[in-house]
Design a protein around this ligand. Structure first.
Ligand SMILES: Nc1ncnc2c1ncn2[C@@H]1O[C@H](COP(=O)(O)OP(=O)(O)OP(=O)(O)O)[C@@H](O)[C@H]1O
Ligand SMILES: [Mg+2]
Length: 188
């Protein structure tokens, strides 16, 4: 009984933390702590963090960051959080034997980060709602995959704070790709 109330307490405190984050992100007083971030290193940090759980789930986690180092003026801990949320989703929705790929590339004066998986995908009618707070495609599976439906809303608000954008594309049964775009130079 103690164990399950501990679990519930952890879940609630994570929920409160996520809600506070979203509330603060909407405040005009919120400041980014921008620094020069090596995007390849940032992706490698996320990969190292999720490597063990990916292996347990029979999934390979691959980083594709191109030949040249990509540097952008970002809030490092916020961008870590955004990419982590995406990788956590990808691992949760990809069956054993699948691949989750983290990629970064340069666009004209902008940086693109992609997290792609070979997982179950998202039905077309749900795709436009996955960034909504508390929206989950299959809430009946919530016992096993445990989320509250705030992860992508947080990703979107982190990108908005950076003057960037988050987009999702998916094919049922084939996989999902989330694309983050942001300017490489601080715009605000
Ligand atoms: N890579 C993905 N593959 C398939 N479905 C996904 C993927 N990413 C997100 N989803 C769907 O979108 C929903 C919303 O994702 P989101 O990250 O916002 O919430 P969550 O993962 O359910 O909970 P939380 O992130 O708050 O723990 C998920 O519940 C899932 O149904
Ligand atoms: Mg999530």
């Amino acid at each position: 009984m103690l164990e399950s109330s501990l679990e519930e307490t952890v879940r609630l405190s994570e929920l409160i933390g996520d809600l506070l984050f979203l509330a603060r992100a909407e405040s005009p007083l919120t400041e980014l702590h921008r620094e020069n971030v090596n995007i390849g290193e940032l992706l490698a940090t996320v990969r190292d963090y999720y490597e063990a759980s990916a292996t347990d789930a029979g999934i390979s986690l691959v980083v594709n960051d191109g030949a040249e180092p990509l540097i952008a003026e970002l809030d490092r801990s916020l961008m870590l959080r955004a990419v982590s949320n995406l990788v956590s989703n990808a691992i949760a929705h990809t069956p054993p034997g699948g691949i989750v790929t983290l990629a970064a590339m340069n666009e004209v004066a902008a940086i693109r980060i992609e997290v792609s998986d070979t997982g179950v995908g998202i039905p077309a009618e749900a795709l436009s709602r996955v960034f909504d707070r508390f929206f989950r495609v299959d809430p009946s599976r919530s016992k096993t995959s445990g989320g509250t439906g705030l992860g992508l809303a947080i990703v979107q608000s982190i990108l908005a704070l950076h003057g960037g954008s988050a987009e999702i594309a998916s094919q049922l049964g084939r996989g999902t790709r989330v694309t983050l775009r942001m300017s490489a130079l601080a715009t605000r």
